[in-house]
Design a binder for this molecule. Sequence first.
Ligand code: ATP
Ligand code: MG
Length: 579
Amino acid sequence: MGRITRLPEDLANQIAAGEVVERPASVVKELVENAIDAQATRIVITAEYGGKKLIRVEDDGLGMDPDDARLCLERHATSKIRRADDLGAIVTLGFRGEALPSIASVSHFRLRTRARGSESGTEIRVNAGIVESVVEAGGPEGTMIEVADVFYNLPARRKFLKSDAAEAAQVSRFVTQLALCYPEVGFTLTSSGRKVLSVPPVTNLSDRLYQIYGDRQDLVAVDREFGGLRLHGFIAALAEQGPVRGPQHVFVNRRIVKDRTIAHAILDSYSVATNKERSPEVHLFLEVPPDRVDVNVHPTKAEVRFREQSLVHEMVRRALGDALGKGPAPELTLRTSDVLPGQPMQPAIPGALHGGSFPSRWQTPSNLREEPASGTSGPNPRAEPSSVRPMIALGQFRDTFIIAMDDEGLCIIDQHVAHERVLFERIMEKLTSEGLESQRLLIPLVMEMPPAERAALVAKAGALARFGFEVEEFGGDSLKVTAMPALLPPDECDAALRALADDLEGLDRGLRLEDAVKQIAATTACHAAVKAHYPLTLEKMHHILEELRATAYSTVCPHGRPVMLRITRREIEKNFDRI
Ligand SMILES: Nc1ncnc2c1ncn2[C@@H]1O[C@H](COP(=O)(O)OP(=O)(O)OP(=O)(O)O)[C@@H](O)[C@H]1O
Ligand SMILES: [Mg+2]
């Protein structure tokens, strides 16, 4: 006699449930996705004790007739695909016909549904996969599903559930994500009697974001089409005060997914633009023609497989790159009412605008250390085209801001952050080739420094050497510096090394060398860059503007501060009543 038997259906369903239903939140996700597939416009979700005790999802969608209501609880019964070909281009969230039977096999389950336009509905109760009753029932059009005591018949699984609060948090995370994907649908989530989310239907993503997160000046829009794909959404701007961490929501064809290719491209985009952001907030929606992505690769559909992975990577990188720094500089709006009565606007602020007549450290003949740096000026070969147009420098305001113009308006450039951006790029560029030029100090610099900071510098002596710094322990509390980067002014060496010690000491242990290098580059650039309150010649201003133009990410500094502000031609003409 053979040893193989067919498993009874309820046991087969329980096994399937092991994959589909990880926790209460996955039940919520499956039920809400079904409601969305049924064209609901309003979905009301209730969860008690993080969904462990009760989950209820009510929708005003298509509903089911009595036959479908019975069928939907059978395994592999679905209205969403019919033949193998359909798998190649799935347009609904569900398609396997597995979720409901799986959920019903591990809970006390109640379904009440009424098809649109039909007189009455159906109510079905199931316990641990066994249908207890099927009766005709009233109720509104649409579907209501109640799932009580998930895993009550599988104590081993129930034990693995987290605290009520942790499960509730996961439920609200999924509902929030689905709400972001479907702005046209209204969502209400009540968790243990508390209304967590309540968003009526709206017509677009910005309105939905506003409903959920309020006014967010710190997010920038992304919208780009490339190679038949479209990416849109909002991402954390590179603001100085901007969040370093935040929710990362990535959706592919309006599905919640975790995708390594996209996650990598996001990190990549931020890390070339700034050395600060690590896991920034993003809400990104990728649209891919359904025949170019396989959604049937993961038990809870949490992953997808792209036919052209590198295209997706490239697309995300470009779109984010544009949005982050190569996008337009922030625009200033002129307000005539800002001029206080009795304080006539002066035609020019005396002494504020000048050029040419002030000494500059770039002109000082003895200042040979600048030579190697300026010798490498000119377009950075690896830089992508910048969004900055050719500009004519007009002068300097308060020895801190360069005032310039192009065809499209006036620009105010922060000389320090602009130069810092330029130097950062140049340093990173040099590091990938031969390393930075070094200048040997005639008299070594001996610095007193606390042990932890000294140790941090010495531990990274190898990385520092690529920048041109040579440092060694000098006994006692001292550190000896024998060489420094050529582009750093000697009087900045002490401050730069102290800042570096501070950075490196503060960074996590086990930090990747790459991150340490970026940090060193940013700090070196900051100390080598022209300072605020420092007079510049017109020539030098022009030089900074030209270098900036040749720099990718020219509108943000490595720390994320804006480099320039614009007053557009339109704004000027409008205010002079010329248009
Ligand atoms: N809220 C609902 N409103 C109307 N019909 C529904 C609803 N929920 C489920 N159904 C019907 O029941 C069927 C089975 O649902 P189930 O979630 O088990 O499978 P599916 O959505 O087709 O695929 P998957 O297992 O991938 O979710 C669906 O195909 C759909 O026809
Ligand atoms: Mg489903």
